[in-house]
Design a protein around this ligand. Structure first.
Ligand code: URC
Length: 313
């Protein structure tokens, strides 16, 4: 006789690859290319885990079908923005099935960029530039007591794998010194990182959330990340990865009221000047020109940044 209890459960389909094309009469076409994960939870699924009873199980195959069905039947503007499409899928599941209490939808996008020839954008051809990957994660839940009419929603979005490098105007000096510290002060160094940036949206309702400028926020988060790293004129911003991270996040919070907090994970991928003194060559500190990138280990600098409590919207 089994005595264990289910503490939590969620099941569904992962890596549902769906591509939606929007064709305009003048030949201009848009593409959205997604990998979708859809997971359902609810008390009534417990017996499928504990008793071999599948009666309440919405097959993961049906969940996959629903994603394609919605990609076809929803108006294009509810499919082409990943946050909006994820919200549509999640709220559809929660509303359609009375025994589904929460639905979690994650979308990873494939960033096709429109081809450009002599500054002219091509109407229907795209290429993959191999840059960052945009993703979003939506949770829709029935409020308690459960009611299909009232849903709570939360959205996290972000991007990862934005690889950047700068060859000067980054430093790391005046850090804690003790018998375990061997790193010399680095008043100027190569800085390289692979940015993971994610942000949380604030909204009263699904309807209010639909108004958020998701695409502009994604573009702004990326722009602020690059601009803070490359162009911020204040020397202290470049004193460490920590300070640069803080300024990146602060800029996003200042630019976008719909963003509640911003999380960054910035690996500090070390590029150490190679010591060539044995060959009579100066290549350290101010003489550094030849570097050895170190795959492992890397630094790993993270923080979540938000507005101060009273300054929140
Ligand atoms: O920007 C940096 N922050 C650190 O905390 C750190 N630690 C380290 O060894 N190098 C660096 N660089």
């Amino acid at each position: 006789m089994e005595t264990s209890i289910i503490k939590s459960q969620a099941y569904g389909k992962d890596r549902v690859r769906v591509v939606r094309v929007v064709r305009q009469a003048d030949g201009w076409q848009e593409i959205a290319d997604y990998s979708v994960c859809c997971l359902l939870s609810g008390k009534e699924f417990e017996s499928s885990y504990t008793k071999g009873d599948n009666k309440m199980v919405v097959a993961t195959d049906s969940q996959k079908n629903t994603i394609y069905y919605l990609a076809k039947t929803l108006p294009a503007d509810r499919v082409m923005v990943p946050e909006v499409f994820a919200s549509e899928v999640a709220s559809f599941m929660v509303k359609k099935y009375s025994h589904v209490t929460t639905c979690h939808v994650k979308i990873i996008t494939k960033p096709w960029e429109r081809m450009q020839f002599d500054t002219k954008h091509h109407p229907h051809s795209f290429c993959r530039e191999g840059k960052e990957t945009r993703w979003t994660e939506v949770f829709v839940a029935k409020t308690s007591p459960p009611s299909a009419a009232a849903l709570t929603v939360s959205i996290n979005s972000g991007f990862y794998d934005l690889e950047v490098l700068k060859t000067t105007n980054s430093s790391f000096t005046d850090f804690w010194r003790d018998e375990l510290a061997t790193l010399p002060d680095m008043p100027d160094r190569v800085l390289s990182t692979k940015v993971l940036c994610q942000w949380k949206y604030v909204a009263e309702s699904l309807e209010a959330l639909r108004q958020a400028p998701f695409d502009a926020i994604f573009a702004g988060a990326k722009r602020n990340t690059l601009d803070a790293l490359a162009n911020d004129p204040r020397a202290w911003v470049h004193a460490s990865v920590q300070t640069t991270l803080y300024i990146m996040a602060d800029r996003i919070l200042n630019d976008f009221a719909a963003v509640d907090d911003v999380y960054y994970a910035l690996p500090n991928i070390h590029y150490f000047p190679f010591d060539l003194s044995k060959f009579g060559l100066k290549n350290l500190q101010a003489d550094a020109e030849v570097y050895m990138p170190i795959a492992d280990p890397s630094g790993y600098i993270t923080a979540t940044v938000s507005r101060p409590p009273k300054g929140r919207l």
